[in-house]
Design a protein around this ligand. Structure first.
Ligand SMILES: [Zn+2]
Ligand SMILES: [Zn+2]
Length: 80
């Protein structure tokens, strides 16, 4: 089984304490190759990439909005 972090892309999941082959959210088993990520707002564990998106939208919408605002306040150096 090969689990890949969403960010940065294709980084093998080697230094994470994996005690389960199942997604923390949907409890589904990971496929042979799965894109996974952990929640940056809590310690729910590793999830499918798409499950993490759902989890964050359902459980951390206020934290997410705060983060979006912080990004908006950054200077736009990347575009200069
Ligand atoms: Zn899942
Ligand atoms: Zn979370």
């Amino acid at each position: 089984m090969q689990l890949l972090w969403r960010e940065p892309w294709l980084k093998p999941l080697i230094d994470y304490d994996i005690d389960s082959e199942n997604c923390s959210l949907c409890k589904g088993k990971f496929d042979d190759i799965s894109f996974v990520t952990s929640c940056e707002f809590c310690v729910i564990g590793i999830m499918h990439d798409k499950c993490a998106n759902l989890h964050i939208l359902e459980s951390h919408i206020s934290e997410l909005n705060t983060k979006i605002l912080q990004h908006k306040e950054k200077p736009l150096h990347d575009f200069q």
